[in-house]
Structure formats: structure tokens, C-alpha cells
Design a protein around this ligand. Sequence first.
Ligand SMILES: C=C(O[C@H]1C=CC=C(C(=O)O)[C@@H]1O)C(=O)O
Length: 354
Amino acid sequence: MTDLFLKVKTHQEQQLPFVLYSKPNAKEIVGLFQRNDHLYFVESFEENGFVFAPFDSENYVLLPENHLDVIVEHFESNPTVTTPSVFYEMDEKAKHDFEQMVEKAVADIHSGHFKKVVLSREEIVNLDHFDVTDFFQKLLHNYPQAFKYCFFHPKVGLWMGATPEQLLKVKDFEIHTVALAGTKVNKGKEDVVWKQKEKDEQQLVTDFILENLKDHVSEQIVSSPYTAYAGNLLHIKTDISAKMNDANSLKQVLKILHPTPAVCGYPKLLAKDFILQNEGYDREYYAGFLGELNMNFATGRSENSDLFVNLRCMKIKDKKAHLFVGCGITKDSDPEKEFLETVNKSMTMKKILN
Ligand SMILES: C=C(O[C@H]1C=CC=C(C(=O)O)[C@@H]1O)C(=O)O
């Protein structure tokens, strides 16, 4: 076992906070190990550290740099660790409940309450065995293009995921974000044709980001929408870059971007209200964000932030995996298709539970 994974074992035994992560297409795993079990929070956004933020609160958990031991290890991609597809047994009650919630949202959209809402559900899977380093290695080898992580804090719990969505990358005053929405199963065909419903759903995210960022940035550069790969799925993606007006804008920009209409809806507050009143469970850190704050731990340099939306993730508790999956609902949504989309998204985590 490597030094990094040995350190994970001892930290787990001592119930001390740690995070393991690997960035999209990177060949390094970064391990950050907090030397005490205190729960720190982001206050000024000028701190250096690793942030783990929930969906619906401003208590952004921080592993602060000055309390961390850092281990960076190189890894070689090993395709033999990839796992086969998973068989899904239909849960009729989950399907019925989700479809009813979608129907209600579509009715509210037709009445003009909001334009889009992202609805999600929790799926619980019993685990016969659980080994953090084993699961994390499966994430690494199955999802090279995602941001893969395993986060543990005794006062937060254990979370893992492989997210395809960058929330914000900051280098000096340059920022980069994406508008990601619309989902299809990747069937390996060259030409992917997106329906108008999916194009509209994604365009709404792009428009929201551009409109809301404009007072805080200059020189916005926007790509054309294109098809992006995320494990067994495809999404529509637009890259957005800009220059922040001043260094203090990071907090402001994060407040605008989190949560985007890709995980909440539009208008934001009305959509969030619908989510909180109707989903019937607590998203906790699902659809929150996580990553490096003002620090690049692999190079040891400060000043960069690299943050991702916490999607395709799960919480592990008492030998159970709680998987979180959602999808964007618009006026043209078909409840059954939306439920099947959440089933497809659940496969990202289920694959590594095998
Ligand atoms: C909310 C999720 O995905 C978002 C990101 C990409 C595509 C999405 C969609 O097609 O609905 C969602 O907006 C999730 O994976 O739980």
C-alpha cells in the first residue's frame, strides 16, 4: 500500500478529517490530512484550503492549509480496475413519487411560477463491504475526465463522487466556468443530436451565468455549446471565461454561481423554494461545491481556486451508500423520462459499488 493510502487508514482510525482528490485528466492524487478534528468554516474567502460547501447554507466547511499535512502521489491509469455495467431493479415507489413531483413542477412552470427547477432524489444501497481506498481507486480508473474525491470529516460524514461539472476556476483575475445541462446516455455514436428541450434547458444556464456575472467581470468569452462526455453520459456544455473586476470579487462571483440553474433552477429563489418544499429529503452536500480555495496543493502555490459542483456523488453511512441524483425540469418534461434520467445518473456511483 502507498504512503498516501496508509495515511488514509490511520486518519480513518483516528477519526480525523481528510480529503483525497484527483482533478480531470490529472495523473496525481492529492491527499490533505487535517491534524485536529475541529470543524472550520470559510469566512473571508481569502483563506487557503479545501472547501466543502452544502447546497443550501453558507456554512462552507474548510480544511485550512495551516492545519494540513499534504501528500501528492502520481498514479498510472489501470483499465483493469474498470467495472462492468450494473443491473437496475425498478423501484416502483421511488418512480411513482418522483414522477408525481415532476408533474407538480411542470404544472407550476405552466402557471408561470418559474421556468426551470432541478429535482433530485436519494437512493440507498446496502453495502456488503466498504473500503475507502478501494472505492476511490475505482473512481480514479473509471472516470479520468471527472473531478474524483473522497471527503471525510467526523462532524460531516464521508462523501465520495466523480463530478463532470466545474463551478469555477480562478487564476489571478481570470475566471473560467461552464454551463452544463441536458443529458443522454453515451451509446458511442459519432453524431449526437440534441432535442430543443435539452438545448433550451442548457441555454438557460448559460444566459443566467452571463447576465448575473456581467456587473462583476469584463471581457466575457463564450464558446458555442458542444457535447461533453461524463462517464456513461453525455451533456451539453458551454465554456465561459472572463476577467474579475477586482480580487475581492471571488466571494461575490461564488454567490452568483452557487447554485446555478444546472442544480437549482430559474429564477433561483423560486426554484429553490420548490425544491425545499417538495423533494422531501435534505440534499446536504449534494449540489453544493468543493475544491481548492486560493491554493494549488499539487504545486504548493497559493492564489488559484479550482472548484467543482458536487454531482454524481454519495454519502457513506452505516454500511449504506446514499446516492444523490437529479435532473432539470422544464415545461416540456416527461415525468417518466426524467425518472429514467436519474436512474442513468445513479449508475456513475453504482458502478464502483460492485
Ligand atoms: C443535477 C444533476 O445534473 C445536472 C448537470 C448536468 C445535467 C443535468 C440535467 O440534464 O438535468 C443537471 O442539470 C445531477 O447529476 O444530479
